[in-house]
Design a protein around this ligand. Structure first.
Ligand code: SF4
Ligand code: SF4
Length: 261
C-alpha cells in the first residue's frame, strides 16, 4: 500500500502550496510515490484523513489555526512544517515585535469581524514537528527529496550552512562586498541556491537562520558600509521576524522612532 500525505493550510498566502501545484512532472512523480488525500488547492478535500505525512503551510495566527493544528497532529505519523510562516510565524510575526495596534484599521474599513491572536506562532510552538522545510516559498526539490527520504525510513539531509556558500559555488559576485547591499546571506540558511544574489538582489532571510548566525558582526559590518542603522535593523525583522537571533539584532540596532523624527 502506498504511503499517504496531506497538505494543510493555516494562515498563509498559499505560496508554498502553489510551489507543490507547480511542480510539473515532479507532481506526477509525487502522486505515484504517495496517495495525496488532502490538498485543497488541487481540489482534494479530506481534512480528517489519517495520513503518514502531513505537510503544514501557515502560521498559528487565529483561534481556528490553534484548533486545526491539534487535529492535524493527531492524524499524522510525521508532521512537516513547510515555509517561513509554519517554521517561524512568517511575516505575520511582525506583530510580535512591533506596535501593531493600528495596522488592521489602516487596511480594513471595519475590524469588528477580525479574530486574530495577539501573536503569530510557528507550528512547533504548539505541537511536535518532525521536520521543517524553510523558504518563502519552499523549494519543491527539497520537498520531493524529503518525501523520498521519509519513505525510505531515513532522515532527510537538509543544509544548515549559509546562503553565502551557495553564492560562492554559483560564482556570484557578492552584492554586499561589491555594491554595499544589505545582504543577510551570511546569517541565512542555504537551500534556495542563492536565488536573490544570483539576480543581483540582497538576501532577506526567507530560509531562516543558518548554523551559528553571527547577526551582531553582520549588523556592524552593514552599518560600517554606510547603510543607515535603522534600515539595517529593519532588514533583520521581515519575513523571519519570529526568530530570536534576528529579533535580538533588531533590538540592538533599532533607534526609537522619536529619536529619528
Ligand atoms: S551576495 Fe549575500 S549571500 Fe552572496 S556571498 Fe555576498 S553576502 Fe553572501
Ligand atoms: S537568497 Fe535569501 S531571501 Fe532570497 S530566496 Fe534565498 S534565502 Fe530567500
Amino acid at each position: 500500500m502506498r504511503a499517504s500525505i496531506a497538505i494543510h493550510k493555516l494562515t498563509s498566502c498559499s505560496g508554498c502550496q502553489s510551489v507543490i501545484l507547480n511542480l510539473g512532472d515532479d507532481l506526477l512523480v509525487l502522486s505515484r510515490l504517495v496517495e495525496i488525500r488532502h490538498f485543497i488547492e488541487a481540489g482534494l478535500n479530506d481534512f480528517d484523513a489519517d495520513v503518514d505525512i502531513a505537510f503544514v503551510e501557515g502560521s498559528i495566527t487565529t483561534p481556528e489555526d490553534e484548533a486545526r493544528i491539534l487535529k492535524v497532529r493527531e492524524r499524522a505519523r510525521f508532521l512537516v512544517a513547510i515555509g517561513a510562516c509554519a517554521c517561524s510565524g512568517g511575516v505575520q510575526a511582525l506583530r510580535n515585535v512591533k506596535e501593531s495596534g493600528g495596522w488592521a484599521g489602516a487596511v480594513y474599513a471595519n475590524t469588528a469581524y477580525l479574530d486574530s491572536l495577539a501573536e503569530s506562532r510557528s507550528v512547533a510552538q504548539l505541537v511536535k514537528v518532525d521536520l521543517e522545510l524553510w523558504g518563502c516559498p519552499i523549494s519543491g526539490r527539497q520537498l520531493i527529496a524529503t518525501v523520498r527520504a521519509l519513505l525510505q525510513g531515513v532522515p532527510p539531509v537538509l543544509p544548515t550552512e549559509k546562503v553565502c556558500q551557495e553564492c560562492k559555488r554559483a560564482g556570484n559576485v557578492c552584492v554586499l562586498v561589491s555594491r554595499a547591499e544589505p545582504c543577510l546571506g551570511p546569517v541565512t540558511r542555504a537551500g534556495c541556491g542563492a536565488l536573490c544574489p544570483s539576480f543581483g538582489a540582497p538576501c532577506y532571510t526567507c530560509f531562516g537562520a543558518s548554523e551559528q548566525p553571527n547577526c551582531e558582526a553582520l549588523g556592524e559590518r552593514l552599518v560600517g558600509l554606510g547603510i543607515p542603522q535603522r534600515q539595517v535593523a529593519e532588514r533583520f525583522v521581515s519575513i523571519s521576524s519570529g526568530l530570536k537571533p534576528y529579533q535580538d539584532e533588531w533590538q540592538r540596532l533599532r533607534i526609537p522612532a522619536k529619536q529619528v523624527d
